[in-house]
Design a protein around this ligand. Structure first.
Ligand code: SAH
Ligand code: SF4
Length: 395
């Protein structure tokens, strides 16, 4: 050990006490990682720099072994290895669809499982990640909604899904370089559209997305991250202020009566309240259009009148309407609208000046499409009444 190497001296600083057992560095905010490094013995003056270095190893180069962090002195690496781990969820199984969509089942602490879907497209690759095991909300057309909430994912488990997918895609660049230098990113976009309501797990989702957006983290632009909410109004303003990513809203109906049945959270925050907060979102978040997701359910929400009401409701909001042909699942109480109906609906929306892309279902053969996700281990179907009794109505 050389007494002159500055990092060697770090290790010799008397450490403040760390809690028992190794701490997972994945998912820690910069401030939180700084704190644990200082407690481990890193001098305060160097802590910010060390956070940046370690972040790069973890999030830009995919390194999980401290020994490989070659710009840190060996004794410092050894001390890090004694105190910390770099851990992400474990992949239990992977299915690849005929269209190239990949669905992963990943296991998180406690033996719970969540699904993650990678959707390759011509000019981008989108990872659809989960924020909760199950969901407290009980949207009547959603498969996840039939599974009671088991628990929120931690920030490590959320950003860990991105790291897991980059492992599987083999897209970590050679340390010292950036992905973009060798090829366009395979994983270029993130959507929080998997299992769960992200805004009921706000802090963990925020911390994970901050890492995804940080130039020393996963380094994706905030315009490449879309958070989808069923309409948790109080947290939408916070999303604008504290995350600043793009927003998608599960709208699905044009009257409160219908929306109450499809998206029951509407009973708490109705269409008018939701639209009010959406009007302010783009300004606060300095973001572009809001995406209105609209599942096309035969005879329920797909009439010309619905389309006209929809464009009237959202007047003045920079918006795109994403029409999602309903994806069926075993026991689903709805049917998909016909292609002609979807087309007619889209035309009215388009003529009113809004982009109205019809989302092409991806990975249907492996049940990876929107709203079909549900952990195999917890697939036992529950009745609506049972779910409501267990979770309380609304939240
Ligand atoms: N909980 C969040 C995000 C996950 S759902 C939310 O509700 O926004 C992602 C999108 O798929 C939502 O718009 C959801 O309403 C929609 N969806 C759910 N089940 C569906 C189904 N069976 N067919 C089509 N879209 C569905
Ligand atoms: Fe939960 Fe979203 Fe499904 Fe509704 S649509 S039950 S909020 S995951």
């Amino acid at each position: 050990m050389s007494a002159t190497a500055p990092i060697t001296q770090d290790v010799m600083t008397i450490p403040r006490k760390l809690p028992d057992g190794p701490i997972n560095l994945v998912g820690l905010t910069r401030a939180a990682m700084r704190d644990v490094l200082i407690a481990q013995g890193t001098p305060e003056k160097q802590a910010n720099m060390r956070v940046g270095q370690i972040w790069q190893w973890i999030y830009q180069w995919g390194v999980r072994d401290f020994a490989e962090m070659t710009n840190l002195a060996k004794p410092y690496r050894a001390s890090l290895a004694e105190n910390f781990v770099i851990e992400i969820p474990e992949v239990v199984s992977k299915q690849v669809s005929e269209d190239g969509t990949r669905k992963y089942l990943v296991r998180i602490a406690g033996g719970h499982e969540v699904e993650v879907v990678y959707i390759p497209e011509e000019s981008r690759g989108t990872l659809c990640i989960s924020s909760q095991v199950g969901c407290t909300l009980t949207c009547s057309f959603c498969h996840t909604g039939t599974q009671k909430l088991v628990r929120n994912l931690t920030a490590a488990e959320i950003v860990g899904q991105v790291m897991m997918a980059r492992d599987d895609l083999g897209e970590w660049p050679v340390p010292g370089t950036r992905t973009e230098e060798s090829h366009a990113r395979l994983l270029s976009n993130i959507v929080l559209m998997g299992m769960g309501e992200p805004l009921y797990n706000f802090e963990n989702v925020r911390d994970a997305m901050k890492i995804a957006m940080d130039p020393e983290g996963i380094s994706l632009s905030r315009r490449r991250i879309t958070l989808s909410t069923s309409g948790v109004v109080p947290e939408i303003a916070r999303t604008a202020e504290e995350i600043g990513c793009l927003l998608a809203v599960s709208f699905h109906a044009t009257t409160d009566e219908v929306r109450n049945t499809l998206v029951p959270v509407n009973k708490r925050w109705n269409i008018e309240t939701l639209l009010d907060v959406l009007r302010t979102y783009p300004k606060v978040a300095n973001s572009e259009r809001i995406t209105f997701e609209y599942a096309m359910l035969k005879g329920i929400n797909d009439s010309d009148e619905d389309a006209r009401r929809l464009v009237k409701l959202i007047e003045g909001i920079p918006a795109k309407i994403n029409l999602i042909p309903f994806n069926e699942w075993p026991g689903a109480p709805y049917e998909r609208s016909s292609g002609n109906r979807i087309h007619a609906f889209a035309k009215i929306v388009l003529n009113a000046g809004y982009a109205s892309p019809v989302r092409r279902p991806r990975g249907e053969d492996i049940m990876a499409a929107c709203g079909q996700l549900k952990s195999a281990t917890e697939r036992a179907r529950k009745s609506r009444r049972q779910i409501e009794a267990e979770t309380g109505s609304g939240r």
